[in-house]
Ligand binder design. Structure first.
Ligand code: 4NP
Length: 175
């Protein structure tokens, strides 16, 4: 997948949406982690980053307390409030990153045309430890213990770093 988001005559603006089921564990972690990496690279002006859930089960809630605690140990603050994915997100974002294959299928069901579909990708396509042609799911940590949340944070840090590196390369962002 080419990650060249340049548009002739327009300032570079890359709009990323991370999507999981509840929007309280995995996708808020990805949103906060990506925001952190982009700020550290001094590229905030080029990015718009958000997250959503395929369900509205936790709408309005803060990220899960364990997710927030683990993120904080990496210097990352999770500030999102849960919201449900909407059809208009296909227009509002350039790349929609599904955390697992079930989220991916749910998002694709809402796509109205091939352009909508082309914006949806499985997040672990960008995990350097995954085969990009057979990406694995980010495991749902919600019903498990602390280890599961830690594993999720590690997967997300390395995948977001690689995603940022790939965007910088393909969109030719130097600073
Ligand atoms: P998330 O995790 O999709 O990573 O936010 C979950 C959060 C809540 C539930 C399931 C998964 N739930 O069943 O309420």
């Amino acid at each position: 997948m080419q990650l060249d988001f340049r548009r002739p005559g327009q300032p570079l603006q890359i709009r990323l949406l991370f999507v999981c089921l509840g929007n309280i564990c995995r996708s808020p972690t990805a949103e906060g982690t990506m925001q952190h990496l982009v700020q550290r690279a001094k590229l905030d002006r080029c990015f718009q980053i958000d997250s959503a859930g395929t369900s509205a089960w936790h709408a309005g809630e803060k990220a899960n307390a364990t997710s927030r605690k683990i993120a904080r140990t990496h210097g990352i603050e999770l500030q999102s409030r849960s919201r449900q994915f909407q059809t208009r997100d296909f227009q509002s974002f350039d790349l929609i990153l599904a955390m697992d294959s079930s989220n991916y299928q749910e998002i694709l069901k809402m796509a109205r045309n091939p352009q909508d579909e082309s914006r949806v990708v499985l997040f672990r396509t960008f995990d350097p430890e995954c085969d990009p042609f057979h990406p694995e799911d980010v495991p749902d940590p919600y019903y498990g213990g602390l280890d599961g949340f830690q594993t999720v944070q590690e997967i997300i840090i390395r995948s977001c770093q690689n995603l940022l590196d790939r965007i910088r390369q393909d969109s030719q962002i130097s600073t």
